[in-house]
Every structure is written in C-alpha cells, then in structure tokens.
Design a binder for this molecule. Structure first.
Ligand code: FAD
Length: 447
C-alpha cells in the first residue's frame, strides 16, 4: 500500500524528513496538498499567489504528480487514505494553533474510520517542524516555558539542531494521481494577483545563495536600514517551507562558510532564533494570537469610535503625515513586504500615537504580507504594543522623526515610497506626536 505524503508548510523536496520516512521501505508515495477553503479565505491575495505558485513549482519537481484536492483535511485525508488503501500518512508538524486543531481532527478521523467499513486505523505520523528547534522543546529547569528571549536563546544554542537530510524524489516511487480513480484532483488555482516575488524551492535557494555571497558580510551593520537592501528577504520562503532554516544554518557555519566569527552569521542566527522563540510563545499561549499576552493590559483605554476608524484608514493608506510611517505602509500595500525596522515603527505608531487596538493593525499586516505568519506577526505586534512576552516597555514610545534620522539618514526610503513628501500634496500630520505620547503614558498610568 502506498503512503500518503501530506504537504502543508513545507513546500519543497530537499531536506524533507516526512519524505524520507514515507519512502523508507521502498514504498510508493502519493504526495498531496489539501486546499482548505478556511485558509484560502483568510490569506490575503499575495500570500495566496505565493502559495499557489509554490504548489506549481512543487508539482513540477514531482513531474506533475502532486495531487491537489480541495476541502476540509479531516474529510479529504481519510477519503484519500480509503481511495488508495494507504497504510500511513506522513507530514511535518505544524505547531500553530490552527495547525494543531486541524491535525488533531485529522488524526481522530483516521483513528475512527467510518463505522463498519472495516477500514484499518491509520496513524498520522508527524516528523520534523518548520523550526530549528520545535516549539515546546526548550524549557526552564522548572519546566516552565521561557518568557524572555535572551535566556531562551542561550538554551536554544546549547540545544542544537539536526543537520539537513539529503532528500530527493528521484528514487522515490511516486504514484501518478491521474491513475487514481475518483482522486478529486483539482487544478492548482491561478494566482489571484502577480506574486511580488518568485516562489518555490529553486527561487528560495537562489535568493539565499545570493544573500550569503553578498549581503551577509554587512548584515550585522546594515540590517536596520530600510534604505539599503540589507536584509535577506527570506521570510516568505521560510513561511511556506520553500527552504528549511537548517539548510541555511549549514551555509552560515558549515565548513568553508563565513563561520561563527562572522558578525553577520551570528546576527542572522539570532533572527532565526527569534522566529523559533515566537513560535514557542504561541505554542504555550495559543490565545495570545488575538489577545494581550500580558492580561494586565486588558483594561487599557483604546479608541474604537468613528474618529479612530478614520485614523486607522489614514494609517493603512500611508497618509498619516509622518513620512517614515507612511513610507512603510505604502511599501506594504504596494509590495506585500515591509522592512523590520519600519514594521516596529508603524506598529508602535498605531498603538501609542493613535491608541488603536494592536490586533487591528496585526489583521491588516496579515492581509497584506507575503510572509504573514501568525506567530511572528502577532508577537511582533505585541512586542511593539508592549503587551507581549519580553516586550518593549510600554512607556518606550518610538519617535517617528528620530527613527527617520537614524535609520533613513538620507531620506532615500521615504523618497522612494512617498515621492510627494515635501510638496503641498503631502498631508499634514494627523496627530501631534508629543501630545499623543503623553496621552499614551497617561493611559498606561491609569492601569
Ligand atoms: P532578515 O533580517 O533577513 O531576517 C532573517 C529571517 O529571520 C527572517 O526571514 C525571519 O524569518 C526571521 N526574523 C527576522 N526578524 C524576526 C523577528 N523580529 N521575529 C521573528 N522572525 C524574525 N516576520 C514574518 O516572517 N512574518 C510576519 O508576519 C511578521 N510580522 C511582523 C510584524 C511586526 C509588527 C514586526 C515588528 C515584525 C514582524 N516580522 C514578521 C518579523 C520581521 O519583520 C520579518 O521577519 C523580516 O522583516 C523579514 O525580512 P527578511 O527576511 O529580509 O529579514
């Protein structure tokens, strides 16, 4: 009987532990992907475009043998198991709250096949995760999860991670889905908008090699500068698993590489650890996706009336009259990407200068970002809002003018995204930063 290889957040062939496990005993495999309408509805158009394109590249890599079906996984996976008489289902862990609920439902459906159909129980085997260290692995000596990044990072480094596995589909016996009767195969949908960046495993590898060869050396110094093309832009590839971070770490520290004494490699590793940390936090506190992690902030006064909505609209449109904020919001709306430094500033501005709920901004980011990710985004927002684990203290309010001077010193980033800045077509500031800063502190003091 063939094994089912169920792709989710790992849209690649190389370094894919579930592929190695599924083909283990020379078994045939049926690779599949389930288009879940719930996810299709909640992902913005650009993220969908990236997903569909990733699936097309994956299908090509499998010589057109990726079986794509549409429906609820808890229905579709057991149906496919029955259809081909599969003996096992292999996939990588998806530790997001949605992923865990979905996988529990699929595992339950597989364990209790329909009444008296006589079908055997099949196990959902989850192997590996999209992280260097899977969420839940690292804990304090008393067993509690970490709430502060630095000690987590120390443990994380001591923990270590697996080396990449050289997996390939060349030797695998892959079932042709067109030979499967009533497979339910659907075409991979056309991208709803042009994907702002090339998706897929080959594009991820090319971008990464390019960055290691040219950007990494200056990464530690320049990563905070939105006016320079100084960061790796690997986030969407990591989000969809077009590459696994293990592969990247080997290129950073393996033989013949920049090595551990390169400040770029060290700084980069720390960012990958941040990605793991936020996934770990979300794993332990799933409700922190949409609620203050620190419930002490639940009572803070927020503005949600019509005037607040109007300010929210100005923020989304990049028309706040604060040039670096507006540049970031326009980069986001036009490209589906925003530089990290500007993500921090625009988020801080929404919370501290406009007094809006952070989850309004987080929702907008998720709609727009190609790399939109529930763990990194929500906890990036909670960090900026001062409500998260290890957050910036609430009273530290970013000053948009100072940030612009430090991180866009020649004004090039602003000039690129807000070309009318300095003319009378550019809006006046919608708020007075000093006054709103004082107002934020007043509200904080009232807690
Ligand atoms: P690089 O500087 O090249 O970093 C390398 C990789 O490390 C990134 O690709 C990313 O995977 C990881 N990384 C870097 N910084 C962080 C961080 N602060 N937290 C977690 N991982 C990090 N990142 C997302 O991937 N998806 C999101 O939805 C997201 N939303 C964010 C929202 C806010 C308000 C903030 C402040 C940050 C958010 N980030 C998010 C983190 C960070 O901004 C992006 O990962 C980064 O800008 C992506 O660009 P890059 O790949 O060029 O980054």
């Amino acid at each position: 009987a063939p094994a089912l290889l169920w792709f989710r957040r790992d849209l690649r062939i190389g370094d894919l532990p579930p592929l190695a496990a599924a083909t283990g005993d020379g078994r045939a495999v049926l690779p599949c992907f389930v288009l879940d309408p719930r996810l299709e509805r909640s992902a913005g158009d650009r993220r969908l475009a990236f997903l569909y394109d990733s699936l097309r590249f994956l299908d090509d890599a499998l010589d057109g043998r990726l079986l794509v079906v549409r429906g609820r996984p808890e229905t579709e996976i057991p149906r496919l198991v029955r259809t081909v008489g599969a003996g096992a289902v292999y996939a990588g862990h998806d530790p997001s709250p949605f992923g865990r609920r979905r996988d529990a439902a699929v595992a339950a459906a597989l364990a209790h096949p329909d009444g008296d159909s006589g079908a055997d129980r099949v196990v959902l085997e989850l192997i590996g995760s999209p992280y260097l260290v899977s969420p839940g692995r690292i804990r304090k000596s008393d067993g509690d999860p970490y709430k502060v990044f630095t000690p987590y990072f120390r443990q994380w480094q001591a923990h270590g991670w697996r080396l990449p596995a050289a997996t390939s589909s060349d030797q695998a016996r892959i079932v042709d889905p067109d030979d499967v009767e009533a497979s339910g195969r659907v075409r991979i949908p056309p991208a709803p908008v042009a994907s702002p960046m090339r998706a897929g495993e080959a594009a991820a590898a090319a971008r990464w090699q390019d960055f290691v060869g040219s950007g990494l050396a200056r990464y530690a110094e320049d990563r905070d500068r939105p006016d320079l093309d100084a960061s790796s832009r690997m986030s969407a590839y990591l989000k969809f698993g077009n590459i696994h971070p293990r592969t990247m770490v080997v290129d950073l520290f393996g033989p013949g590489t920049p090595g551990s004494d390169s400040p770029g490699a060290g700084a980069y590793l720390r960012e990958l650890a941040f990605r793991d940390f936020y996934a770990d936090v979300l794993f332990h506190w799933p409700e922190s996706a949409w609620h203050n992690w620190n419930r002490g902030f639940d009572e803070i006064e927020l503005d949600t009336d019509a005037a607040a909505r109007a300010r929210f609209d100005a923020w989304r449109a990049g028309r706040t009259g604060f040039p670096l904020v507006d540049a970031g919001m326009r980069e986001l709306a036009e490209t589906g990407f925003m530089h990290n430094r500007v993500r921090m500033l625009t988020a801080s501005f929404l919370v501290k200068d406009l007094h809006l709920p952070w989850w309004w901004g987080a929702r907008w980011f998720l709609d727009q970002l190609v790399d939109g990710d529930i763990a990194s985004n929500q906890h990036g927002w909670q960090w900026a809002a001062g409500t998260g684990t290890d957050a910036a203290p609430y009273f530290r309010v970013f000053n948009p003018a100072t940030q612009a001077k430090r991180f866009d010193p020649h004004g090039r980033y602003v000039a690129r995204w807000v070309p009318e800045f300095g003319t009378d077509r550019y809006p006046e500031p919608i708020v007075d930063h000093q006054a709103e800063r004082a107002e934020a502190l007043r509200r904080f003091g009232g807690l």
